[in-house]
Design a protein around this ligand. Sequence first.
Ligand SMILES: N[C@@H](CCC(=O)N[C@@H](CS)C(=O)NCC(=O)O)C(=O)O
Length: 234
Amino acid sequence: MIQLYQFDPAFGLPNASPFCMKMETYLRMAELPFEMPTATLRDLQRAPMGKLPYIVDEGKTLADSTFIIEHLKARYGDPLDAWMDGQRKATALAFQRLMEENLYWAVVYSRWVEPEGWAKTREAFFGKLPPPLKWIVPTFARRGLVKELYGHGMGRHSREEIYSIGRRDITALADFLADKPFFMGAMPCSLDATAFAFLANLLCPAVESPLKRHASQYPQLQAYCQRMRSRYYG
Ligand SMILES: N[C@@H](CCC(=O)N[C@@H](CS)C(=O)NCC(=O)O)C(=O)O
């Protein structure tokens, strides 16, 4: 059986990491049996790319949610995306990139740099570590992410600019979803795994941020998250 290594659930969500939640949601949507061994700090250190999620499938370790999904499609079939034509697939890829390569960094800023977000993030990701690790590891992890944020480019913007970039992404998602049940129309597809993971993380009651306040203005985003949650995590 597939083993999925990810962080523990937090913030009342299946996962506070959008990439981990995307992976778990995809497995549920594709109805692939999987188990989740409790991930430890050692699992993170063992992760092939130093990040979670990763999976072990019949002895093979695979990292990166998108590469993992490609592997699963090749091995077990593609029940979610096979119905889409090239144009739909291209649009889905563009929205996936919007969330994973751009909006993600605005979320990182709100959670890892802003003091209020950091207090919650620290507890969610490191609260269960034994002392002295729970005092040391968060500081290094935060330092690393601030560096990555700067390397990506998002971290070079002012606070107001970062939230303005994030707000535009959220508006684009809300306008594109509009009154459709799923992102690409009447049928769910793998983009919904990413979208649900990101939107549920943005809207979760546990963490306040300007991004959350903006997303909350769109009832279709709230309704979408409720729909996805009851359909796949019910
Ligand atoms: N492209 C990767 C991104 C995974 C990722 O960024 N995971 C974060 C959590 S959201 C992580 O494990 N960070 C730990 C670290 O950077 O040390 C994917 O799609 O799986």
